[in-house]
Design a protein around this ligand. Structure first.
Ligand code: GLU
Length: 374
């Protein structure tokens, strides 16, 4: 089975040039329909699908009567405000004909970079996927200012793939993959697979070639770095033809970037290796036993809480001997963690109202250290 057909969680980035007709400024409806057919097939096959769709600026600029050529920041933000409505509507209608619910999610750079907002964004997306919906993500172009903007959806899609532990990130592009030199240059060869982004690979990335969209190969290589370090495979494929995802599954030419470790392994490595714990949860033996079995840490198993941390910070998990045996990203800040230590879910709800999470560290955010394994 192809790597795409066997993936459990797939993120697909659709560039403006594919979705919006450059001459008329309208959505290419039949192409969109063919893509949605492919998305439906992947979902029937059991995969979660998240779409990252560009096109708001390309759609809105004409409606607003803005000039051709490069827009100023405020102009593109105004265009995005208009175009995003049409974009979301097009996705929503196309998915609805296949009985799939679309969910619009507009994010800014901070939503994927700041730990607390990252956890919130992830929780929302996880709930949408669990309910069978297809999130349609774009940058919140109207509020993002230039310094805090992604500006391109290639990197945004890679961040989403990393945040959601995706198996495959598909970048549908106006080109079928990576070439050793600009494809129109003599001697340029096609690269069908790579496992590492070396300086040579970076040197292969040329300048943007399409008129709309802000991507180009450089941002795709940047996306590749983010995806690979998160353990997510990435594929660059042409979106010019109908059924662009099906084409990948049946072996159309494309460039695969293959990750060494799985998404979960990379995530655990990141938690174990790079993050400095800023607090401690002292737990009972029962909780330790559950964590060894791969379960999440529940507030009921926590005896004491030490330190001053925010939601999403890294904390150590210890028994009363104080020796760290696990560490993870904590779902409550220190004040609330202290209030709910030792309590069962029902009591926590009484104390905190609706803003309650069942676990204090989710198992995906937890890694055993110092000889313990989960
Ligand atoms: N967020 C922009 C839009 O929807 C597109 C960014 C990009 O071209 O990657 O128009």
């Amino acid at each position: 089975m192809s790597k795409l057909a066997s993936a459990k969680r797939i993120i697909v980035k659709i560039g403006s040039a594919l979705l919006v007709d450059q001459k008329t400024g309208a959505i290419k409806a039949s192409w969109l329909d063919s893509l949605v057919d492919d998305v439906t097939d992947l979902k029937i096959g059991g995969a979660d699908v998240i779409l990252v769709s560009s096109g708001a600026i390309a759609l809105g600029r004409r409606t607003l009567g803005l000039p051709k050529g490069k827009l100023k920041l405020d102009q593109s933000q105004a265009a995005a405000a208009v175009g995003q409505i049409a974009l979301a509507q097009a996705w929503s209608e196309a998915l609805r004909t296949r009985n799939i619910v679309a969910a619009q999610v507009l994010v800014t750079l901070q939503d994927t970079e700041e730990r607390r907002r990252y956890l919130n964004a992830r929780a929302t997306l996880t709930t949408l996927l669990a309910q069978g919906a297809v999130p349609v993500i774009n940058e919140n172009d109207t509020v993002a200012t230039s310094e805090i903007r992604y500006g391109d959806n290639d990197r945004l899609a890679a961040r989403v793939a990393s945040m959601m532990s995706g198996d495959v990130l598909v970048l549908l592009s106006d080109i079928d993959g990576l070439y050793s030199a600009p494809p129109n240059q003599k001697g340029a060869t096609f690269i069908s697979e790579l496992r590492e982004i070396t300086p040579e690979v970076e040197a292969m990335a040329g300048k943007p070639i399409s008129g709309v969209g802000s991507g180009g190969m450089i941002t795709k290589i940047e996306a590749g770095k983010i995806a690979l370090s998160a353990g997510c495979n990435m594929v660059i494929a042409s979106g010019h033809e109908m059924h662009p995802l099906k084409r990948i599954t049946v072996g159309a030419r494309c460039t695969w970037f293959l990750a060494e470790a799985s998404a979960m392994q990379s995530r655990k490595r990141w938690i174990a290796g790079t993050l400095q714990p800023v607090g401690k949860l002292i737990v009972d033996d029962g909780a330790k036993g559950a964590l060894i079995k791969g379960k999440s840490l529940l507030p009921a198993g926590v005896k004491f809480v030490e330190g001053n941390f925010s939601r999403g910070d890294t904390v150590s998990v210890v028994l009363s001997d104080g020796i760290e045996f696990a560490r993870g990203l904590v779902a409550y800040d220190a004040t609330d963690a202290k209030r709910i230590a030792g309590l069962k879910s029902a009591d926590i709800q009484k104390l905190l109202g609706n803003d309650v999470r069942d676990v204090i560290i989710h198992r995906d955010d937890l890694v055993m250290v110092g000889g313990e394994r989960n």
